[in-house]
Design a protein around this ligand. Structure first.
Ligand SMILES: Cc1cc2nc3c(=O)[nH]c(=O)nc-3n(C[C@H](O)[C@H](O)[C@H](O)COP(=O)(O)O)c2cc1C
Length: 582
């Protein structure tokens, strides 16, 4: 994007130079109101729809083997993913890397309607625009026929593009503090892809998508018996250096990528004790050396023209940039609630990879299907990051995030057998109950839910049919009311930002996206279907429970119920386009 492009509306310059005030100003500015949506073009500029597939022209593409579902004799059941130590750990090979990327960020299907055809992926994305790009930093691995370096994942080709060669010795040194066989996964966002449709609010959506991608990668890792941890001590410049997103010479006129995060992945299902010894950062001097390359490839241009440039997005990205002054190499463990109850019993025997591949967003619900309270409680349990005795292990995928829960749920229960319809709250950390109660209308009664397991801090606030209300506050989308239940994710907002720094802002969305990813898969396992909801009227949601300030803010909504498929769409297999050309 160039400077001479017109910018839209009032300049995004904030009144304060404090980064925390600046991200809060962005958040307030990008709220949807009943009478006014956040700024966007207001129409879709189809001629400039961004290409959802980034390529680096000139970089060597190494195709990953296309594996059939039956090629996975060791694929665990979906429920086994959540039982620590159950999945057998597989070594890092070209086949396991292939499986990892396929399940994390690969295609799940092609859809066709008339002349149009578009791909879906195993990770969801607002508007199916897919701003998230995936990278792997691979060390020298015996048996893995790839030279050490940085690779970009090309989802449509199911291949790895070699972006940079990194010397073995330095890469080995960089990964030395981590368990044997570790590699790094990197994520970046092309903000333009979401901004093209959603305008200023797009920075939020890109970060939801990062959270979903982190979740799908963590869960893909679990299918191979691997563990994954977000390297959240890293200064963001280091993420940029290792992913090459700062290399203007490789991007030129192409849409830039915002470096989001790096995570370490290693082949072991259950190294929880080791996790507490791991650093959450990387050796800065080695990162600098590695960034010298050599680098390969030039990013492709995704849209011919960009029309409007949304300065508010750059402003939020800049204000939330994690700088070196902020705490580096923080160590685990994080204080988490501990429960002595056993981990919850299995519910489905379905293969994990099958559940991952079949995940879809429902486009409408039947307004009839109910789920049982047992299923409802089971789904909520999966959202609890509590440690379990006797091993005190944090359940997958919450072991990925090196922080305690900051997202709680405001639930609109419509059709859960055995539960009164109405409004409920789930505190994902029981210690936060007073904070939640103080932020809401003091007249609300917090009634324990009959039949609810003791270790689920679920409270019933209001009785009544909330279907119309849920749809109304979700930008009038019927999917929020026709489901079995829907919810708003209430983030501990201003306190976290003021305490931790402006760089917490995207992280709150990452955690919300991760909650969403678990909900998507849980819905499939329960033989219903989910949909993420990024479009909602922010303050009208808060008013429902009397939230008057910025202590809590709803960041993302979700809905689960009995889906109605759109019969007009034709579904084609994910990688047929490659198999046909083989
Ligand atoms: C962060 C996020 C926000 C979303 N918001 C909405 C929404 O407001 N309404 C809706 O119908 N679908 C919404 N979706 C669903 C996407 O449109 C869907 O993920 C995308 O079209 C890809 O389809 P798939 O999930 O079936 O792969 C959202 C998805 C995500 C990840």
């Amino acid at each position: 994007m160039t400077l001479d492009q017109p910018s839209f509306g009032a300049p995004a310059a904030p009144a304060s130079s404090d980064p925390i005030d600046r991200v809060i100003a962005y958040h307030i500015r990008t709220k949807h109101h009943f009478d006014r949506y956040a700024r966007s073009l207001g129409f879709l500029d189809w001629a400039n729809q961004p290409d959802p597939f980034r390529r680096f022209e000139g970089a060597e593409l190494i195709r990953l083997p296309l594996l059939n579902p039956q090629d996975d004799p060791q694929s665990p059941s979906y429920d086994a993913l959540y039982q620590p130590g159950d999945a057998a750990s597989q070594p890092l090979t070209i086949r396991t890397i292939s499986r990892f990327f396929e399940l994390a960020l690969g295609l799940s299907a092609w859809k066709r309607a008339g002349e149009s055809e578009w791909a879906l992926r195993n990770n969801p994305s607002s508007g199916n625009l897919h701003p998230t790009e995936g990278y792997a930093l691979l060390p020298p691995v015996e048996g893995l026929d790839l030279s050490p370096g940085l690779y970009h994942y090309a989802a449509k080709e199911h291949g790895l593009e070699r972006r940079a060669d990194f010397p073995s010795a330095q890469l080995t040194q960089l990964l030395a503090p981590f368990p044997e066989g570790a590699f790094l996964l990197g994520l970046s966002s092309v903000h333009w892809r979401e901004a093209w449709k959603y305008g200023e609010r797009a920075f939020r959506y890109c970060n939801h998508d990062v959270g979903h991608a982190l979740g799908s990668a963590r869960i893909a890792a679990a299918t191979l018996g691997w563990t994954m941890l977000l390297l959240d001590g890293l200064e963001q410049n280091q993420v940029a250096r290792l992913l090459g997103t700062h290399r203007q010479e490789d991007f030129g006129e192409a849409e830039p990528e915002h470096p989001d995060c790096l995570a370490v992945v290693w082949p072991s299902p259950n190294l929880q004790r080791e996790v507490s010894q791991l650093p959450l950062g990387l050796d800065q001097a080695v990162v600098k050396e590695l960034a010298a390359g050599p680098w390969h490839g030039r990013a492709n241009v995704l849209s011919r023209e960009h029309g409007v440039h949304w300065e508010a997005i750059d402003e939020a990205a800049e204000a939330s940039w994690k700088t070196s002054e902020e705490s580096l190499l923080v160590s685990l463990p994080i204080e988490l609630p501990v429960h002595s109850e056993p981990l919850h019993a299995s519910r489905t025997t379905s293969d994990a990879a099958k559940i991952i591949r079949q995940r879809r967003s429902a486009v409408s619900f039947d307004g009839r299907t109910a789920i049982s309270s047992v299923t409802f409680f089971h789904i909520l349990h999966r959202l609890m990051p509590q440690a379990h005795e006797p091993q005190l292990v944090r359940p997958m995928p919450w072991d990925l995030l090196p922080w305690g829960p900051s997202i709680h749920l405001l639930l609109f229960v419509h059709r859960v057998a055995g539960l009164e319809p109405g409004l409920y709250v789930l505190a994902r950390d029981a210690k936060k109950l007073p904070l939640l109660q103080q932020a809401m209308n003091p007249e609300l009664e917090w009634t324990p839910v009959p039949g609810c397991p003791n270790d689920l801090p679920l409270y019933w606030l209001l009785q009544g049919n909330a279907q119309r209300l849920a749809a109304q506050v979700s930008c009038h989308q019927a999917i929020a009311g026709d489901s079995a239940f829907s919810l708003g994710m209430l983030a501990e907002f201003e306190g976290r930002l003021r305490q931790g720094g402006a760089w917490w802002y995207p992280r709150l969305f990452w955690e919300a996206g991760l909650v969403g990813q678990v909900l998507y898969l849980e819905a499939e396992a329960a033989e219903v279907r989910g949909t993420g909801i990024g479009c909602f009227f922010d303050d009208p949601v808060h008013e429902i429970v009397g939230i008057k300030d910025l202590t809590l803010q709803s960041l993302y909504h979700f809905t689960i119920g009995g889906p109605v498929d759109d019969g007009r769409l034709l579904t084609l297999p994910a990688y047929d386009h490659l198999r046909r050309s083989e």
